[in-house]
Design a protein around this ligand. Structure first.
Ligand code: PRX
Length: 641
């Protein structure tokens, strides 16, 4: 039997190996011992039941709990005055906010009553479209407190992306802010919401937080101000008792068809997985100050700004702004000011900051830093060394954390200061994570001692895994469980070295990671094809110095339509309004036709090679239906350059 300390932390590499082995030999007793460290209303009857064929996974069945009692109530007793959230505003002249565990508890309970007072009940879906302000975390936790299911939509998405997500989950309420600051810009969020709300019949109430003093358009009867609503209700709110497998939230991620997938996470397994991984990967000590620069609109923000850190009783920083405002020293200025000990960001941000003069980072005292983290995409060697040398000064272990919206929690990562690191490698699986590398034929590549490369799969359930795609279980089965029998398929390729360290090589499907954002090619192509002049399009990713990948759209126009700059503008803007600015391609190339197989499938491999400047490595193109198209595409591409 393992002895699990209160903080769940492994303290040596030998112990990591011991725990890992225990988690494989006896997963149920391993996770049961971890779960014992949380507060339950009623203990579970059964640790795990699963069937990957259906697929169906249940953890801690029969257990009853509320995740907010684990994030808030239990710390009322032990550390009520500890800071739970530090908020750093976009505008450097605005004040930093510090919210203690006790204050957060009150704010969450108070706002939970606003939800109830507006008719929200357990199981109702609530959409959150908000800036990175503490009220976003408060709204998330308030939903969880009463058992409402939150669906946070990143506030950079367009109105139509917002309405399609609201409709998919039949959200009853939308919570937003009037405006959002983003660097020098101010965006009218409520106006975007109003556009979205023209097509969302399920929304009954809109709660609006006033981030700025500007007048806000309000629809009488439907729209209500956050502060006005608080005046109407009390501050005490009992936590709803939830079943372990009740839904906690829905979060959308891109897929290879037009419709995004609403990944469903459930209460207990998610709590156990995020807290366990947070404690172990970051090796938090009680006075540490932890900052994850992600947005709560993504899974990283859910798991490692809100739930993981709060359930671990940590101090978590929320930043409203962008790394370049008021200048490229902003991240480092905040690190110095707040004495950040743990800093977790995306490789794309590191690459962008590494491009700037060194004076931006050298100006600040970063000696408080103890651990650095990366997430969201592969980190290249150059960026890794820059991060290590200029931010960590060679003293901070870098945890390269691999995971997904679907996995809920970190799956592969060094444990800070414990696992030997290797640049560009996410290294070893966390306890409880049983990986498999699959070959072309769908057979598992046996371990050790050889190096190997293949497709990454997981062969045993872990507590924080998504349980379904909201409203479409068939899709969940098809995307994740039908590629390799009896295994979860990640969509990623990976390399494994002789010591069992993993390096993620990138997506092997039609998802492209641009600046750490997961984008499906299909929805972008659908948006382009909406343009009246467009006959067909294909979107691919090509390597980009800062973004990791950038998008290139190959577009075929209807007969007799003339190519023009105006047309490019219209296509880009159509993508911006349908999906959001992050999905706008860097390049739009007009070609007379697209390369197709005889069955009519677009050969993206060829398009990718051309956009990566490898037109001399196209391989055999004779099997194409229209090999002559290739030469014309190369010409069109070169003309564009
Ligand atoms: O391709 C992998 C990449 O991001 C994908 C998951 O994207 P998303 O669901 O948006 O979640 C991002 C934040 C967890 C993965 O399939 N990815 C994530 N982390 C890494 C990574 N690729 C390489 N190294 C990583 N550390």
């Amino acid at each position: 039997m393992l002895t699990i300390p209160d903080n769940l932390q492994i303290s040596s590499f030998a112990q990591y190996k011991e725990w890992y082995q225990a988690s494989v030999n006896a997963p149920e007793s391993f996770w049961s011992a971890i779960a014992e460290q949380f507060e339950w209303k009623k203990k579970w009857n059964n640790v795990l039941s699963y069937d990957f064929k259906k697929p169906e996974v249940k953890w801690f069945e029969g257990g009853k709990l509320n995740i907010t009692e684990n994030c808030l109530d239990r710390y009322l007793k032990t550390q009520p005055n500890k800071t739970a959230i530090i908020w750093e505003p976009n505008n450097p002249d605005e004040e930093t906010r510090h919210i203690t565990y006790r204050q957060l508890y009150v704010k969450v309970s108070h706002f939970a009553n606003v939800l109830k007072n507006n008719g929200i009940q357990k199981g109702d879906k609530v959409c959150l479209y908000m800036p990175m302000i503490p009220e976003l975390a408060i709204a998330v936790l308030a939903c969880a407190r009463i058992g409402a299911v939150h669906s946070v939509v990143f506030a950079g998405f367009s109105s139509s992306a917002l309405s399609s997500r609201i409709n998919d989950a039949h959200c009853k309420m939308l919570i937003t802010a009037n405006e959002v600051y983003r660097g020098e810009k101010k965006v009218e969020l409520k106006t975007i919401c109003d556009e979205a709300l023209e097509n969302t019949p399920s929304i009954e109430t809109v709660i609006v937080y006033r981030r700025t003093v500007e007048p806000t358009p309000m629809k009488i009867g439907r729209d209500k101000f956050w502060f006005d609503e608080l005046q109407k209700v009390g501050k005490d709110c009992e936590a709803e008792i939830m079943d372990a497998e009740d839904e906690l939230f829905i979060l959308y991620t891109s897929g290879s068809t037009g419709q995004p997938k609403g990944m469903v996470h459930t209460c207990a397994g998610y709590m156990v997985g995020t807290t366990f991984s947070f404690q172990n990967v970051f090796q938090m000590q009680s006075d540490d100050i932890y900052w994850c620069t992600a947005d709560i609109g993504w899974i990283t923000g859910h798991s490692y700004i809100v739930y993981g850190p709060l359930a671990a009783g940590a101090t978590t920083v929320m930043f409203e702004g962008v790394p370049s405002y008021p200048d490229y020293g902003r991240f480092w200025e905040i690190c110095e000011k707040l004495k950040i000990t743990h800093f977790y960001t995306a490789p794309t941000a590191i690459r962008a900051l590494a491009k700037q003069p060194l004076s931006f980072v050298e100006k600040y005292d970063l000696s408080s830093l103890k651990v650095l983290g990366t997430v969201g995409e592969p980190i290249n060697e150059e960026a890794w060394h820059w991060y290590n040398d200029y931010v960590g000064h060679g003293n901070c272990p870098i945890v390269d954390t691999w995971w997904q919206t679907e996995t809920g929690a970190i799956m592969i990562s060094p444990l800070a200061g414990i696992t030997p690191t290797r640049p560009t490698f996410a290294t070893q699986p966390l306890p409880g994570v049983q990986l498999a590398l699959m070959d072309e034929k769908g057979k598992e590549i046996e371990k050790k001692p050889e190096k190997a490369e293949g497709r990454l799969a997981v062969k045993f359930p872990w507590p924080s895994m998504a349980r379904t795609v909201y409203g479409n279980h068939e899709r969940y089965k098809k995307v994740y469980f039908s590629q390799f029998e009896g295994k979860y398929f990640t969509g990623d390729g990976a390399y494994r070295d002789a010591s069992g360290n993993y390096r993620i090589t990138g997506r092997v499907d039609d998802v492209i990671i641009v600046s750490g954002h997961n984008l499906g090619t299909a929805p972008i192509e659908n948006a382009i094809n909406e343009h009246a002049s467009v006959a067909e399009s294909a979107v691919i990713g090509f390597p980009h110095e800062i973004k990791g990948n950038a998008l290139c759209a190959y577009v075929t126009l209807h007969k007799d339509i003339q190519v023009s700059d105006q047309l490019i503008k219209e296509i880009r803007s159509l993508i911006g309004t349908t999906i959001g600015p992050i999905a706008k391609p860097d390049k739009v190339i007009f070609t007379p036709s697209l390369p197709k197989t005889r069955s009519g499938k677009i050969m993206r491999r060829i398009l990718r090679k051309i956009a990566s400047g490898q037109e001399d490595q196209l391989g055999d193109i004779s099997t194409l239906l229209n090999p002559e198209a290739v030469e014309k595409i190369i010409l069109a591409y070169k003309k564009h350059l």
